[in-house]
Write a protein that binds this ligand. Structure first.
Ligand code: NDP
Length: 299
């Protein structure tokens, strides 16, 4: 977390910022800026008013069974959303335009052409139409892909040619139209293991899975079975139940899995400093912070 210090010094200069190794008197801590805090640590801060995630997700924080009843805020930032859109567009194009195959061919100095299909012939579905999912949907649409999205509740305000689905009742219909399925869901009890055999079986045969949500969205044995049977054609995976992904994990050597090391997007340090300051100021004034997590929904 030392990388945050210059941004806090610039944008939150009145804060006395302490790193985890030198927190000093825990009674003096007003706000905890964290990703995966040691379990029980936050409960020992009696004056804590804000738990600020450095990321869009808060599942590593709420996994603490002793989490104090203090507002938890997550990051929403245009640069983070743009970074995610860049990754997702790359992942979709990499598979749909056979780019990963050209990398292999080039290494062998082989001129091997693959079919060139227009983006408009390819349907991309985004599970999770939040701050990041919407940005990805718009970016894919701008390229020319046929885009759909699935959320928990109904959505509005998106271009009419983005097909919208919501809730469990519309999940099967959504999945049936995904040549590529992009998972941008938060990790909650409801979404644990949501990328399972039942999901893969509903996708068109040979579909591509892009998981930029959380590793625990995926049922690993079901994913490997679906790839081996051809029901899934390819998987681009950025997040894993255990990170770093262990060296002996079957994903590394699977011919139809591409692993990236949880780099789809990052939150700029300056945005973390700015939002921590703004959220703490609102909470001290007795107001709700702008991007506080809804404890009932868990995201
Ligand atoms: P948001 O909270 O803004 O959006 C979440 C979306 O998921 C909403 O559309 C929500 O529906 C939907 N959703 C939640 N639960 C369900 C459910 N049970 N069924 C259907 N839809 C559901 O999150 P963000 O867009 O900011 O971030 C999404 C996730 O991306 C993060 O939680 C994190 O896991 C992941 N992430 C990964 C990164 C990486 O580098 N790989 C970087 C940053 C984030 P509704 O709109 O109805 O509420």
């Amino acid at each position: 977390m030392a990388y945050l210090l210059p941004a806090f010094a610039e944008l939150f200069p009145e804060a006395d910022v302490r790193l985890q190794a030198a927190l000093g008197d825990l009674q003096e801590i007003d706000a905890a800026v964290c990703w995966m805090p040691p379990r029980g640590l936050l409960a020992r801060m009696p004056e804590l008013k804000l738990i600020q995630s450095i990321a869009a997700g808060i599942d590593h924080i709420t996994a603490d069974p002793g989490l104090p009843a203090v507002p938890v805020c997550r990051m929403v930032d245009p640069d983070m959303a743009a970074g995610m859109a860049a990754y997702v567009c790359w992942a979709v194009t990499n598979r749909q335009r056979h780019m990963y195959g050209y990398v292999a061919s080039a290494a062998e100095r082989q001129w091997r052409e693959q079919p060139v299909e227009a983006p408009g012939a390819h349907r991309v579905g985004i599970a999770g139409l939040g701050a990041l999912g919407v940005r990805c949907a718009l970016a894919l649409r701008a390229i020319g892909y046929r885009v759909s999205g699935w959320s928990r509740g109904p959505k509005s305000g998106l271009p009419a040619d983005i097909a919208l689905f919501h809730g469990d009742a519309q999940r099967a219909a959504f999945l049936a139209g995904c040549d590529t399925l992009v998972c941008l869901l938060p990790y909650t009890p409801e979404t644990h293991g949501i990328l399972d055999a039942g999901c893969y079986d509903r996708l068109p045969r040979g579909a591509h899975l892009v998981n930029v949500g959380r590793g625990a969205h995926v049922v690993e044995a079901d994913l490997l079975r679906a790839l081996d049977s051809g029901q899934l054609g390819y998987a681009t995976l950025d997040t894993f139940t255990e990170e770093p992904l262990p060296a002996d994990h079957p994903y590394w050597t699977h011919p139809r899995i591409l692993v990236t090391p949880h780099i789809a997007s990052r939150t700029p340090a300056r945005a973390i400093a700015r939002q921590t300051r703004a959220n703490l100021a609102q909470i001290i004034l007795g107001n709700a912070a702008a991007v506080a997590v809804d404890p009932a929904k868990g995201y």
